[in-house]
Design a protein around this ligand. Structure first.
Ligand code: 3H9
Length: 705
């Protein structure tokens, strides 16, 4: 018997338990183990029924995603064995009952649906999340799910990949029974009841398959919703096509249609990008040199300084995680304004059905607004979220240094300033760290955690762990100007402005990047953030500019005329009261005038050139960051961009995208840009080395991890 699947009996029932921690994935050996156990049960005349259950925290959470990585890199990975097990289960002459707790996802649900019955605890979830990996169910799930839950619901579940709670799964017919109390005992009792009855095969059921007119209507609605919500992604549409095949074709032919679509999706760059993102999100929490044994500091009480947009959002993040938080302001007016905004945000969530009113009130009650320092001496973490001004931040850090208890973490929500300089205002730089939240903090998933040169391992490890508790993706960055995200964003924005200075309209620049998959075009993002922010920074650092080099000017020219973007109603675009953008009719004349004075030639660019200019600027800066050690791995950069900057998840992030294009091609293009536009495009030495040796950023990551 396989060690991954154990065999036990309880009287006339055999119990097969999958023991493949942490999530009982269908790794090599697991399907074989299930098949072997089943064979043993069938061969034993004393056994009348079989229960399939997961050991540990979950039922089977899906196929082993590492196998897809092997297939992507041409290194094997055989999924056919899962299909054999699925057939063996359904063809068993003795009934097989799936006993579900935790998550029956992907191949896990497919195995469960090949069982003759499914029971689950109330907290269980089922789902077909394959689209989140750029693929579709490949274990006949698109054919069995519509037979259990109906085609409309099956299309929705397979296209969006969202989990279904046990109660809904029960209503839909995916689960036959909800078990109260002990799952194993409940499943065995259920198995006894069905022992001796001819096992019903899901594949032979047709009563829920509906009629073609209604199905087509439902599929078209799901298709339209998927095109909108998962813009640019191919797998959701393929998943709907596969479910549609179940309604048109006999079961086996439908399975073949699924297999063809699955193979197409699996070989796509989208699945490579999304699988990279899946593992990347988990990889970023592992910091080389900071082991699992690093002591974590308790974070039970928090305090935030500044109740503006960022501070208020950060207080909500703590409250949403159930951590009580003090929120301090300097004036009653600012405090009242901050609390009013927080309350409005919670009530909007209630209106949209995201939270119940009671839940929102509970969260609000965790936030204590105050003007004093009362209770700050009890806080486990104090987050400074004042304006982006070094003198002010140092003043605040010096003040909290006097009050905070010795083990308190002192976090600064800065987006560009030096953590080391901020830490120098305290007597304990080892406790100081950057926690760079993204606006709106209660919505955006990214938390850039910036280590200063003195930040202690405990403070770093606690910050990484805290990010998870706050339901954020924490990425560790080094202390350079702009850290990872904003440092790379600068050349990306620079190129978008250069393109306009060269005569391309903001509409064409933004449309090209939106079509590429970015959540928003770069010029609209700059209008949203406020053009004055960059303008002020630029004026402050003017003395550091290289004489003779080209810098983006058009945004400064706009600011000089009072056009700061959305906040003034005009920037690269003009905005109406509802913030709807339309072209700024005066901008192109202003750009042409400036270009003539600065000797910039008009250069109309195609959409693909626009994308290359902006995205390759990101990649080149990312490679510099990596070489300088401010980003630990290329995947850290990718996760920053996917979660904080609206980069399309299905492209895997800028560095993975570079790998997928091919580093040689990327480098060749960057060299062309260097010839045309000068030293801003000097290729990063790491990019040159990797490209010339035929390597990739992914391989570079493996070498450094
Ligand atoms: C599929 O099934 C295709 C079929 O249709 C084809 C059949 C032929 N494989 O997320 P966590 C690892 S596609 C390998 O931190 P949680 C994960 O990397 C699959 N590894 O825990 C992490 O490793 P590490 C469809 C996996 O409690 C560790 O387990 N299924 C897999 O927050 C813990 O994970 C899915 O897409 C896997 N399938 O969340 C489900 N799953 O510790 C994907 C997890 O080294 N998984 N790992 O960093 C999930 O959604 C979540 O992991 C889950 C648990 C909700 C299960």
């Amino acid at each position: 018997m396989s060690t991954l699947v154990t065999y036990a009996t309880d009287n006339t029932v055999a119990i097969l338990t999958v023991e493949n921690p942490p999530v009982n994935a269908l790794s090599p050996g697991v399907p074989e183990g299930i098949s072997a156990g089943l064979k043993q049960a069938i061969a034993d005349p004393a056994i009348l029924a079989v229960v399939l259950i997961g050991g540990g925290r979950t039922f089977i959470a899906g196929a082993d995603i590492n196998e897809f990585v092997k297939i992507h890199s041409g290194g094997g990975g055989d999924l056919s064995v899962i299909l054999h097990t699925i057939s063996a289960i359904e063809n068993s002459p003795k009934p097989v009952v799936a006993a579900i707790h935790g998550t029956a996802f992907g191949g896990g649900l497919e195995v469960a649906m090949s069982c003759h019955y499914r029971v689950g605890v109330a907290s269980a979830q089922v789902g077909q999340p394959e689209v989140k990996l750029g693929i579709i169910p490949g274990g006949e799930g698109t054919q069995r799910l519509p037979r259990l839950a109906g085609p409309a619901k099956a299309a929705e579940i397979c296209a969006f990949g969202e989990p279904v709670q046990a109660s809904e799964a029960h209503e839909l017919g995916i689960l036959d029974e909800i078990v109260d109390g002990d799952l194993r005992a409940g499943a065995i009792a259920f198995a006894r009841r069905v022992a001796g009855v001819k096992p019903p095969k899901t594949s032979e059921r047709a009563e829920k398959l509906g009629n073609s007119a209604e199905n087509e209507k439902a599929f078209s609605a799901v298709r339209n919703a998927a095109k909108k919500k998962l813009r640019g992604q191919t797998a959701p549409l393929a998943a709907i096509d596969a479910v549609a095949a179940a309604t048109r074709l006999p079961f086996r032919e439908g399975c073949q249609a699924e297999a063809d679509l699955f193979a197409q999706c699996l070989s796509s760059d989208q699945s490579k990008g999304l699988i990279h993102a899946f593992f990347g999100e988990r990889a970023v929490s592992k910091i080389p040199g900071i082991g699992k044994d690093t002591p974590l500091l308790p974070v039970r009480k928090a305090a935030v300084i500044g109740a503006g947009t960022m501070g208020g959002g950060i207080a909500m993040v703590y409250a949403n995680a159930g951590i009580p938080v003090l929120l301090k302001e300097t004036t009653r007016e600012a405090l009242d304004r901050g609390i009013a905004t927080i309350t409005k945000n919670y009530m909007n969530s209630v209106q949209r059905g995201r939270f119940t009113e009671a839940y929102a009130r509970e969260r609000l009650a965790l936030i204590t607004p105050q003007l004093s320092w009362d209770g700050f001496d009890q806080a486990d973490i104090i987050v400074e979220a004042a304006f982006e001004n070094m003198a002010l931040k140092k003043e605040i850090l010096a003040a909290i240094d006097k009050i905070a208890k010795p083990e308190c973490i002192l976090a600064s929500n800065t987006s560009t300033l030096s953590i080391d300089e901020i830490a120098s205002a305290t007597s304990r730089p080892q406790s100081v760290i950057g926690h760079h939240f993204f606006s709106p903090a209660n919505v955006m998933r990214l938390l850039e955690i910036v280590r200063g040169k003195a930040s202690s391992n405990s403070v770093i490890a606690t910050s990484m762990d805290l990010a998870k508790k706050l339901r954020k993706v924490g990425v560790l960055a080094g202390n350079c100007r702009g850290f990872i995200g904003n440092r790379m964003f600068a050349p990306y924005c620079r190129e978008s402005i250069f393109l306009v200075e060269e005569g391309n309209t903001p509409e064409s620049v933004d449309a090209a990047l939106y079509e590429y998959g970015m959540a928003m075009g770069p010029l609209a993002v700059q209008d949203l953030a406020g053009l004055d922010v960059g303008w002020r920074i630029r004026k402050e650092y003017k003395h550091l500019e290289t004489p003779g080099a080209r810098y983006a000017e058009l945004d400064s020219l706009l600011c000089e005329q009072g056009h700061y973007g959305q906040k003034t109603g005009t920037g690269f675009f003009v905005y109406d009261q509802n913030r709807k953008a339309s072209p700024n009719g005066e901008l192109m004349a202003m750009a042409a005038d400036y270009a003539a004075k600065a000797g910039i030639a008009a250069r109309p660019s195609t959409a693909s050139e626009i994308v290359e200019r902006c995205v390759y600027a990101l990649i080149n800066e990312g490679a510099l960051l990596l070489e300088e050690g401010f980003a630990l791995r290329a995947v850290d950069i990718d996760i920053v961009y996917l979660n904080g900057y609206g980069f399309p998840s299905w492209r895997g992030g800028p560095m993975k995208y570079a790998d997928l294009v091919g580093l040689r091609l990327v480098l060749a293009k960057i060299r062309e840009f260097e010839k045309q536009f000068g030293s801003a495009w000097t290729p990063a030495p790491l990019l040159v080395r990797l490209a010339e040796s035929g390597s990739t950023f992914t391989q570079h990551d493996k070498a450094v991890s």
